[in-house]
Design a protein around this ligand. Structure first.
Ligand SMILES: [Zn+2]
Length: 355
């Protein structure tokens, strides 16, 4: 039987400054009736905290708290994870451009927290693959690098990032002329690719927490330098694959090449020769969180796997596949104290599911 909203029991007080937020004792609240929102068919229970005396409701624990047209969140998330742009999504759902943008940012930030909450650490003795794909913001003379780190067997997307890079153009070419004019106007473009790759290595190091792992990359010197630099804290065996090797299924880098192709397919902003580019690299970073949530927790690993076998299940981070409605259900901004997306009653936290 599906869980009814009126049966909801608040796991803690949503007021972060209240004692019952960190350490809720049983009976810290009393029920205070229900209300009937226009956009839902069931009544929503209200509560009052007996410690801080504040009122709250089941909605306070939900992602769509204070949302206008909350029923559009799921179709919008589906469109955004399928390579449809913001404007086209707006046309399909009859939402104006600003509303789509607001919803996109809210959902994407939520997915970023969800992705972090469900990935507290990585299992040891696994093989990871790292690659960078190139995209651009605004126009093709503002290129971006997008490093992507995955786990080999599960195809789990561990980390993505975005940073501006500077490409010099051939001298005397039209492109170089553009670049000179552009940089005269807005200043020289900074190359942040090193910082960005360092951040990805930092994240891998934190998630491994001293566990051993293997890393497979192309022959870019920066990767080898990062492995050497972190040799004390990160026990990684680094192997490289020459870029001259044909990009077939036999190539050891095939899993990351496949993920790159999927990224380009599922994120309109990364497609080559597309109109649909990010106005700003920052929003591409958010879009990648939407992709990672969809990829890791909902979509099955490959088309040959059973439906439930998502990368998250394969890597042992989530006991089952999460439905889209679940990914969009409980707010995720209380770190390990948040309600696990898969908890129907709202009673289990991320921490308790992991235990
Ligand atoms: Zn309270």
């Amino acid at each position: 039987m599906p869980m009814r909203a009126v049966d909801f029991v608040p796991p803690r007080c949503p007021n972060r400054r209240c004692r019952a937020h960190l350490d809720p004792e049983p009976g810290f609240f009393r029920r205070a009736g229900t209300y009937q929102p226009k956009c839902r068919d069931e009544p929503i229970p209200r509560f009052k905290c007996l410690i801080c005396r504040r009122g709250f409701s089941r909605q306070t624990f939900r992602l769509d708290y204070r949302d206008k047209r909350p029923h559009e969140n799921k179709p919008l998330f589906e469109l955004l994870a399928s390579g449809v742009g913001l404007r086209q999504s707006g046309r399909v759902l009859h939402l104006d451009a600003h509303a789509v943008q607001r919803k996109f940012r809210k959902i994407a930030r939520h997915m970023r927290m969800l992705n972090r909450n469900l990935l507290p650490r990585l299992p040891a003795a696994r093989t990871f693959l790292l690659d960078e794909i190139e995209s651009f913001e605004q126009r093709s003379i503002c290129p971006l690098t997008v490093p992507v780190l995955i786990e080999k067997a599960s195809l789990f997307v561990v980390a993505t990032d975005v940073a501006p890079i500077r490409r010099s153009a051939r001298r005397g070419s039209r492109r170089q002329h553009w670049l000179v004019c552009h940089e005269a106007r807005v200043g020289r473009r900074r190359d942040r690719s090193r910082d960005c790759v360092r951040r990805v290595f930092g994240r891998l190091q934190r998630l491994l927490g001293g566990g051993r792992a293997q890393l497979l990359t192309d022959e870019k010197e920066l990767y080898a330098a990062q492995v050497r630099y972190r040799a004390g804290a990160l026990s990684i065996e680094h192997r490289t694959v020459p870029s001259t090797q044909p990009r077939t299924t036999f190539n050891p880098l095939f899993p990351i090449n496949l993920t790159d192709a999927m990224l380009r397919d599922n994120n309109g902003r990364l497609r080559r020769r597309s109109w649909l580019v990010s106005k700003c690299g920052r929003f591409l970073r958010l879009q990648l969180e939407v992709f990672a949530a969809y990829r890791n927790w909902h979509r099955r690993r490959t088309n040959f796997d059973p439906e439930y076998f998502t990368p998250g299940v394969a890597l042992g981070l989530c006991p089952r596949r999460l439905e889209l409605a679940e990914l969009l259900a409980w707010r995720q901004d209380w770190w390990r104290r948040t309600i696990h997306p898969g908890s129907a009653t709202g009673a289990e936290t991320v921490e308790q599911w992991a235990a």
